[in-house]
Every structure is written in C-alpha cells, then in structure tokens.
Design a protein around this ligand. Structure first.
Ligand SMILES: [Zn+2]
Length: 346
C-alpha cells in the first residue's frame, strides 16, 4: 500500500498548495493513477519440482494457474502484472522477492498446491506475513482467496502465520524475503493433490483455469479494480479490514488442551452413535474431528468442526457389526490433535 500512502500525501500536499496560492493552480487531475503492481510467483520450477506425489509435479500446476491468473488480471484497468519466471527454471526465494522489489510490487502472490505427509488433509489455506501492516494486508487479501475457493466447494483451512525458530521472522522464505523489502506476500495453497476430496480440482485444464481466474478475482476485489470493458467494477468493494497487530502473530504450536466425548444415544442396531463433543484450545480454532471404532487402529476421514463453537453434537455411522468402543480426536487450525476419552459401548 506504499503507493496509496504516497498518493494520499501528494493529495494533501497539492491541497495545501491550492489553499495558499488559490489563484492559478495547474490541473493535475487528468493524469492517470499510478497502476497497481502485482507479482505472481509460480511456486517451484527447474530442479525444484515441488510436491511430486502425482506424476505431474506441482511446478507444472503452479505455472498453468499463474498464466491464467495473469491473463485474467490483465483484463482489468490500472494494473501491471508480472510473473517471477515464465520458463521452467530454478529460482531462489530471495531472487523472487528481489524481482518483486525491482518492479516496485504492491503485492506478491506465490502459488502452490499442497500435500500432507499423513495424506489426511484436504482443502485450501493461505500463509501470510506475521507482523505489522504486512499482516493486515496479507490477512485481508488471503480472505479474498479463500472466499473464492470456498465458492468452488473446497474446504477452507484458514489463514495462517508461521514463525521461524529464532522467533523473530517468518518461517517461509518467500514471505520473509518479501517482508524485509516491505512487500506483502502470500503463499496460496490451492488444494491438496494427495486427497480424494480435492483430486477433481486438478484433473482438467478447465479446473486449473478456474483457479487462475479465481486468484485474479481475489486480487481484483482486494484492490478494487475495474475491468477494461467496464462490466466488472469492484471500486466500491470493501475487503475485510484487519487492524495492524501490536505484536507478531504467532502460529499455535500446541494441540487442543481439552477434548471430551459424551455419548447421548446409541441406537439399537449398533450402527449409529450420537455424541456431544467438546474441544478447547486457547491459541487457535478447532477445525476438524475424526473418530475411531477400533481403539484407534483406523480413523475416519477428517470431518469439519462447527466453526467458532467449543461443542458440537455428531452422529457417527459406525458401519455394521456391534462395536465396543468409540474414540474421537479434535484438530486445531494447525492440524495438531488431541484424543478424547474412550466411550465404552457395551
Ligand atoms: Zn509448493
């Protein structure tokens, strides 16, 4: 937002000049506004494949989506769009941030696709800078991306920070290197390539294009852009206002401190159990629960937790055959989990 501040200053100064000299003031209003500079960073490249869980590595997906995002954004007025690289080359995170600084970027968007070691996570998430105005700008823009992905049907895994081991800077290089240059940067993790829930989102070129278009729309909304044909006008749109935090916003490194399961009803067929769950965490929200009917040997797919609520009532389909126990796990925003008490069913 440096430019907006600059613009505001110029306005205040010219108003002051006008007040003093009130006679002949040269018209300056006709000059077109300085364009917003957007840098899109296709994650990985060259020998850095990114996630290579699938036969097609992540770097291919990020480049395709980045090209679509650029093409769509260029349909808007008053925006200058760059890619950190357009060829399949190695590029360090520092070089990417340096490039963004060299073009005087207002924002850098690093595009990625995710996978988890456990292969149980699904959905979209966005990583943002952890301090000051960069946090506010990052959070507000990240919110736009996640709203777009939710509209596509993806699970919203939230907006996150991650602090390096020193405790004094961001863990992720692209965010850290951009932050030292005063540029807000996001890591946009579109979906999980290793989960069946998300698989269909990367299975066709149309779907990948939709990610690029959605990414561009998020940026257009955040900056209040107007399309060249005048048909799309976000100039009156207000993105989420996020106060500048006083201290660094740290990620939650501990699991929920209390999880309990209270059996409300166990149906006579032995197939359905209705349970009231309670999960508490001081540092981040509860995001998921899962259950096991075989003493923790196997677990259900992660289920969404009711956002913002410490308790929820769930009905579990345990399949056929009487089970003798039921255990739950609750997961917080950062995927750390705690097991509940064991419910004995006989
Ligand atoms: Zn990646």
């Amino acid at each position: 937002m440096k430019k907006l501040i600059k613009k505001a200053l110029v306005f205040v100064l010219s108003a002051a000049v006008a007040a003093v000299s009130c006679a002949v003031v040269p018209a300056t209003g006709a000059k077109a506004a300085e364009p917003i500079v957007v840098v899109i960073d296709p994650g990985h490249g060259g020998s850095n494949l990114g996630t290579d869980y699938l036969p097609i590595p992540e770097k291919v997906y990020t480049m395709v989506v980045a090209q679509h995002m650029k093409e769509r954004l260029e349909q808007y007025q008053n925006v200058q769009v760059y890619l950190t690289h357009t060829e399949d080359v190695d590029m360090s995170l520092k070089e990417r941030a340096e490039f963004a600084a060299s073009v005087n970027a207002d924002f850098l968007y690093s595009l990625h696709f995710n996978m988890s070691l456990s292969h149980i996570l699904y959905g979209s998430e966005v990583w943002v800078p952890s301090s000051g105005q960069l946090y506010s700008q990052g959070y507000s823009a990240a919110n736009e991306f996640l709203m777009q992905f939710e509209e596509m049907g993806l699970f919203n895994r939230g907006i996150k920070t991650r602090i390096g081991s020193s405790g004094k800077s961001d863990y992720y290089g692209i965010i850290r290197e951009s932050a030292v240059r005063g540029i807000p940067a996001l890591i946009v993790e579109h979906c999980h390539v290793d989960h069946s829930n998300d698989a269909s989102y990367i299975q066709s070129s149309e779907k990948l294009k939709e990610f690029g278009v959605r990414d561009a729309e998020a940026v257009a909304r955040y900056f209040g852009l107007v399309s060249k044909d005048g048909k799309t006008d976000y100039s009156g749109y207000a993105p989420l206002a996020v106060p500048v935090p006083e201290n660094r916003v740290c990620n939650d490194t501990t699991a929920p401190y209390y999880v309990s399961a209270n059996l409300l009803k166990y149906d006579q067929t032995g197939k359905y159990a209705t349970v009231e769950l309670t999960a508490l965490d001081d540092e981040s929200v509860i995001q998921h629960y899962a259950y096991s009917c075989d003493n923790g040997l196997t677990w259900s797919m992660l289920q969404p937790w009711t956002k913002g609520s410490p308790t929820m009532t769930v009905t579990v389909n345990m399949g056929y055959g009487r089970k003798d126990s039921l255990i739950f796990k609750a997961y917080n925003l950062y995927d750390a989990s705690t097991e509940s008490n064991v419910i004995r069913l006989n």
